[in-house]
Design a protein around this ligand. Structure first.
Ligand code: NAD
Length: 511
């Protein structure tokens, strides 16, 4: 962003840059080097963070390993772990404003959305607390008269948590409380673009009394921090949310030690609209689905597949409603859509739109970076592209911007084929008043989540994750929690019978 574009009165009212350090073995730790984050919406430095390297990462992993093996967290009761998680939830609620403002300044997302995400994260901590007390396995009492067995769950060990910039606090809360509820110890690396809210959460963990070494935070870049967190032999599992290319690198890096890897990656999610849908609701959900978080969202409904009988009317209604969405200053509580994360990313979005137009697609709305008065041009216009063919990059790849592509269909089979015609499999949606249409779509869509007559609702109780190149494993809900648990079978002889694999030999020596 061009600093000259920012109005001086806006700059004057911003808080001092947040100063962030690593949390290693219960102590806040500086580094020789520091990195800065410039706000994408306000063009000023909003945080200065210690830049971790190999030394800090190794120290954090060692602290997590030592704490895990000592049992100060891994072997305490579920009741004690639950009490701690509930305390953290209360502290998050007491600190919503401070965390939300910093999240908005670093990410460019609207303040109303940041507040909602931080408040919502407290509920994830509360739900995880309920799991800490209800972890259980199986008993087997039908194995024979003298045998009894149980299948026990135990924490998997030391977990590396690597998070992206688009929902920093929310995604951390989809992982960390669940890992802690299971009894794991962790090393967390937030994105280099949004480190502060993770550090603020670290402060709350210390305030709540977490034993040293249970949660460690290392700030810095993928190389060397994230990379070492994926290869180190003392790490038992990596849980990563981010791009598909980095997810593949992590899988490769972790293979030398065969540690468990859980991945939440990209998406190219479609909403399919049938002629019998309640169009007013579908139009609203399409507009929400593509502009929420400026489209910088794994769950963005960046494609719609609309029945050809209603396509023209539907596109016209989406274009009209798009004009009413409040794009602007993320610190304004009325703003619904904020800034693009970096100038490079804005240029990438622009290139997708330009290439599609050059290949014959029609720009129905927008198609250019957006200048917000007083804030510069690191924003992008709401954009709708029709006459898109399924082979165009804009129809298949993750654009990660406020750009909607429109495809059309004639039959249910064709709609499902188009929905699944991507390497991704994160989410999909269907709009129809016919329950059979909705259920057939839900059964055949290759996606970890299917919404019918709604979009992007989520609950801590449900599982979230992707098929195909959208990831592996699941997050949140009981399935997400189980990812952090090992399963151990314990087989016990309980009767008075004696083991007798070796039959007594015949006495051949005559004694
Ligand atoms: P990214 O992959 O560039 O970075 C994510 C994290 O990985 C950052 O902390 C980064 O520092 C780290 N990293 C980079 N290189 C690494 C390496 N070699 N080893 C280990 N760590 C490394 O992703 P991003 O740009 O921050 O986030 C956007 C992407 O995240 C999009 O593709 C989006 O779809 C995806 N995402 C997915 C979900 C989901 O739940 N499926 C949710 C949010 C975002």
């Amino acid at each position: 962003m061009n600093d000259m574009n920012i109005h001086p009165s806006i700059k004057a009212n911003l808080p001092e840059p947040f100063s962030a350090q690593h949390l290693i073995n219960g102590a806040w730790t500086a580094s020789k080097d520091v990195f800065e984050r410039i706000s994408p919406s306000h063009g000023v430095v909003v945080s200065r963070s210690a830049k971790g390297g190999v030394k800090e990462t190794e120290a954090a992993i060692e602290a997590a390993r030592t704490a895990f093996d000592a049992g100060t967290w891994s072997r305490i009761s579920g009741k004690e772990r639950a009490a701690f998680l509930l305390k953290v939830a209360d502290l998050i609620e007491a600190n919503v404003e401070r965390i939300a403002v910093q999240e908005t300044l670093e990410s460019g997302k609207p303040i109303s959305q940041s507040r909602g995400e931080v408040e919502g994260a407290a509920d994830l901590w509360r739900y995880a607390a309920s799991l800490a007390r209800t972890t259980q396995g199986d008993s087997h009492n039908t194995l024979g008269e003298d045998m009894l067995a149980m299948v026990m769950k135990e924490p998997i060990g030391v977990v590396s948590i690597i998070t992206p910039w688009n929902f920093p606090f929310w995604i951390l809360s989809q992982k960390l409380p669940f890992a802690l509820a299971a009894g794991c110890t962790v090393v967390v690396k937030p994105s280099e673009m949004t480190p502060s809210s993770t550090v603020m959460l670290g402060e709350l963990l210390m305030e709540a009394g977490l034993p040293k070494g249970v949660c460690n935070i290392v700030l810095g870049y993928g190389e060397p921090v994230g990379s070492l967190m994926s290869t180190h032999e003392d790490v038992d599992m990596v849980t990563f949310t981010g791009s598909t290319p980095v997810g593949k690198k992590i899988t490769e890096a972790s293979s030398s030690t065969l540690k468990k890897v859980a991945l939440e990656l990209g998406g190219k999610n479609a909403q399919v609209i049938f002629p019998d849908a309640v169009l007013e609701s579908a139009v609203d959900a399409v507009v929400f689905g593509v502009y929420f978080n400026v489209g910088q969202c794994c769950n963005s409904s960046s494609r719609i597949i609309v029945h050809e009988d209603i396509a023209e009317e539907f596109i016209a209604r989406v274009v009209e409603l798009s004009k009413d969405v409040a794009f602007g200053d993320p610190l304004d509580p009325e703003t619904q859509v904020g800034a693009i994360v970096t100038p490079e990313h804005n240029a990438k979005i622009e290139a997708y739109v330009r290439d599609a137009a050059a290949a014959g697609a029609k720009v129905q709305l927008g198609g250019n970076p957006l200048e917000v008065p007083g804030l510069g041009n690191q924003f992008y216009q709401p954009t709708i592209i029709s006459d898109v063919s399924p082979d165009m990059a804009i129809a298949r790849e993750e654009v990660f911007g406020p750009v909607l592509t429109v495809l059309t269909f004639k039959t249910l089979d064709e709609a499902i084929q188009l929905t699944n015609d991507t390497v991704y499999g994160l989410s999909a949606g269907v709009w129809s008043e016919n329950v059979h249409t909705c259920l057939e779509f839900a059964r055949r869509a290759q996606a970890g989540t299917v919404w019918t007559n709604t979009w992007m609702d989520g609950y801590p109780e449900l599982a979230f994750g992707g098929m195909k190149e959208s990831g592996q494993g699941r997050e949140i809900g009981r399935y997400g929690f189980e990812e952090f648990l090992e399963v151990k079978s314990v087989v016990m002889r309980v009767g008075r019978t004696r083991a007798s694999w070796v039959k007594p030999r015949k006495n051949t020596r005559g004694n």
